[in-house]
Design a protein. Structure first.
Length: 152
């Protein structure tokens, strides 16, 4: 497994169960994670090898959705979430995205500090709007967007 300079690894199939447990622990939806798992990244403790954070991308023809940004409660305050978000944004940009969207009920201010801004749902690309997050899991959650050509 190859990690970047911030300790972020591409998720592997054997990480799925631990990621699902982490998402359940922090109260995030687990539906459809397996479908998009090839575009998940994890942060793993180098000593215990325990997965302490994750983030996923859902890739659509007309946009990308960041989902499942989670950090184990015992590891918050260590900038793991920021490292994961940054790695996910770099991956999205490398895949040709000009913007990334997300939904959040609880971390709007956190994502604003990372350069995301609120965006009306009608301004979200159709493919992203048809995701399970928009249609079923996070119906009332505010939608946010980050343009990848801007500075953080």
């Amino acid at each position: 497994m190859k990690r970047d300079e911030n300790g972020v690894y591409p998720a592997e199939v054997e990480d799925l169960e631990a990621v699902l447990k982490l998402l359940q622990l922090v109260g995030l939806p687990t539906e459809d994670v397996e479908t998009h798992f090839e575009n998940f990244m994890i942060w793993q403790d180098s000593e215990t090898m325990k997965i302490l954070g994750c983030v996923g991308l859902e890739i659509y023809d007309d946009g990308m959705l960041m989902r499942s940004v989670a950090v184990h409660p015992s590891s918050r305050g260590r900038r793991i979430g920021k490292k994961l978000v940054d790695a996910s944004l770099m991956k999205a940009k490398a895949l040709g995205a000009t913007s990334v969207y997300l939904l959040t009920d609880t971390a709007e201010n956190y994502f604003k500090r990372l350069g995301f801004s609120l965006v009306a749902r009608e301004d979200v690309p159709n493919g992203v709007k048809e995701s399970i997050e928009f249609t079923k899991l996070c119906i009332g959650a505010p939608s946010m967007k980050k343009d990848l050509d801007e500075k953080k």
